[in-house]
Design a protein around this ligand. Structure first.
Ligand code: UD1
Ligand code: MG
Length: 512
């Protein structure tokens, strides 16, 4: 293939979006709109695309790849003017130039590749992409002569009634040989209606030149032609891309129970035989292994990796977290900046308090650990392999739980070691119940608490019992006179609980 350069037009203000955010930064399935055009240029084999920025250039720049060459169009005087700005990068002996609009994200790679291939195969001077729309409103219309040759493109603002009735529209991207492109750009004049320099006006100029050839390629699907100029069009584009993403996962052997309520961003990988249940959101960069179960109502945010056969259930939110094989996170948990090693069980309502208001901190949960319901893990903190946290524990910052340690309470205190607990459990005569509790993949049964976890309740009860014992010792060495009055005092106490009318007379006397 001959040499090809690419220019991406992204300087426009996007007034119809009614937004302070530059149009090309609005997100579609986890990525800014401009990323789709950059991908298209890359898929066409262009390593260093030229990107024309203008409105909100500083905000857009961080979204560009390192290799991109950015140029600034200081005033947005039209798409033709934007290409003129990029002129200095178009080498004198450049072959052809692919021009992409940053606001047509639905274009498929295959379509753009077809446009380029046809351009070179047919020795065209300029090749444009077209579509037939039932409602062509807002798009440039394709003008053809009696023999079907393209003679130009007319923008809606400049078109008369007959031209507006044309349903063949300009999708936007075009491929043009560099020299004729530069000559045509030098020749076009600002438009009458908008006073902008239209890129599309180069087509009629080239068509008028001797020995030139204008070629057109049709999009494979009508949805590809959608240009994003308003929020309504943005919503439609999100819908189309979302559907395409879902279809590609279904194709790869993933079960998606309810595509209508499942939102999977671009750049997510999911292994075969994984089930995604309804109302689940999976964001860019997440990677899920084989045979997992995710959702319903789960949200996996950026930086999450889930190994095979893990279960992440209802209302679980994970961010920047590595989940090991066969981990269970079934209900209402938040895990951020965490590592959860294989076969750990995360109880309902577990929270990693990873943010201290300034920085984010890490939580490490070891292999086979059992995190009791409603545990709060204040990061940075580590829960060792096989360790247990009791329901409602608050494991405080840097107070790591040792391997097999059992902690309970607020703040969590080390109570026991699971090895000791297991040993006790194995002695059937002493603790027949504990033995039943302990085994199921080495985890205590969630329904029955291990002996160790019941201890604090006992301790508290014992303390309470001791306190009244002190009072008894004070009473014992009473003098004989006191003992005589004992009967009367007891009678008094009993009487106090009765209504005044039913109190014995002796009490009435003593009151006096
Ligand atoms: C453009 C086409 C129209 C086509 C439609 C397809 C022109 C004149 N018209 O219209 O034929 O049917 O796209 O969606 O090209 N931009 C700049 N600098 C500017 C103006 C625009 O970089 O001064 C960029 C925008 O950021 C955008 C792209 O060029 O990414 C297209 O501009 P836009 O204003 O959206 O053109 P449309 O009116 O949609
Ligand atoms: Mg547009």
């Amino acid at each position: 293939m001959k040499s090809l350069q690419a220019i991406i037009l992204a300087a426009g203000e996007g007034t119809r979006m009614k937004s302070e955010t530059p149009k090309v930064l609005h997100r579609i399935c986890g990525r800014p709109m401009i990323a789709y055009a950059i991908d298209l240029a890359a898929s066409a084999g262009v390593k260093q695309p030229i990107i024309v920025l203008g409105h909100g250039a500083d905000a857009v720049k961080p979204s560009l790849p390192k290799e991109a060459r950015a140029v600034i169009q200081t005033k947005q005087l039209g798409t033709g003017d934007a290409v003129v700005t990029a002129k200095k990068f178009i080498g004198a002996n450049a072959g052809a130039v692919l021009i992409l609009y940053a606001d047509t994200p639905l274009l498929r790679r295959t379509t753009v590749q077809k446009l380029i291939e046809t351009h070179f195969k047919t020795n065209a001077t300029c090749s444009i992409l077209t579509a037939h729309l039932a409602d062509p409103t807002g798009y440039g219309r394709i003008l053809r002569n009696e023999t079907g040759q393209i003679t130009g493109i007319v923008e809606e603002a400049e078109a008369g009634a007959v031209q507006r009735a044309i349903r063949e529209i300009n999708v936007g991207p075009l491929v043009c040989n560099a020299q004729p492109l530069l000559e045509a750009l030098a020749a076009v004049k600002p438009s009458a209606a908008k006073h902008e320099l239209y890129l599309t006006d180069i087509v009629s100029h080239i068509a008028r030149q001797e020995g030139t050839k204008i070629q057109s390629t049709r999009v494979e699907e009508i949805s590809e032609a959608l240009g994003i100029n308003s929020r309504a069009e943005l919503a439609r584009a999100i819908g189309v891309i979302r559907q395409r993403i879902i279809e590609s996962h279904l194709h790869n052997g993933v079960t998606i129970e309810d595509p209508a309520t499942t939102f999977i961003d671009q750049g997510v990988s999911i292994g075969a035989d994984t089930i995604i249940r309804s109302h689940t959101v999976i964001e860019t960069g997440v990677s899920i292994g084989k045979r997992c179960s995710i959702g319903p109502f789960a949200r996996l945010r950026s930086g999450v990796t889930v190994a095979e056969e893990a279960h992440i259930g209802n209302f679980a939110e994970l961010v920047r977290t590595k989940v090991g094989p066969r981990v269970r996170i079934h209900h209402m948990s938040y895990l951020g900046d965490a590592v959860v090693e294989e076969e750990a069980n995360i109880g309902a309502g577990t929270i990693t308090a990873n943010y201290d208001g300034k920085d984010k901190h890490a939580t490490h949960i070891g292999k086979g650990a059992f995190i009791g319901s409603d545990t709060i893990l204040i990061a940075p903190v580590k829960v060792g392999q096989g360790a247990v946290t009791g329901a409602g524990s608050v494991v405080t910052k840097s107070h790591d739980v040792p391997a097999n340690g059992v902690v309970v309470g607020v703040p969590a205190q080390l109570l026991n070691h699971r090895d000791a607990q297991d040993a006790a459990a194995k002695a059937p005569a002493k603790a027949p119940k504990a033995a039943a509790i302990v085994k199921r993949n080495g985890h205590p049964k969630p329904s029955a608490k291990p002996r160790a976890l019941r201890k604090p309740a006992k301790l508290v009860a014992r303390k309470r019992k001791k306190a009244p014992a002190k009072r008894t010792t004070v009473r014992t060495p009473r003098p004989a006179s006191h003992a005589r009055r004992g009967g009367r005092i007891r009678a008094k106490a009993v009487a106090r609980r009765r209504p005044a009318s039913r109190r014995p007379k002796v009490l009435a006397r003593s009151k006096r």
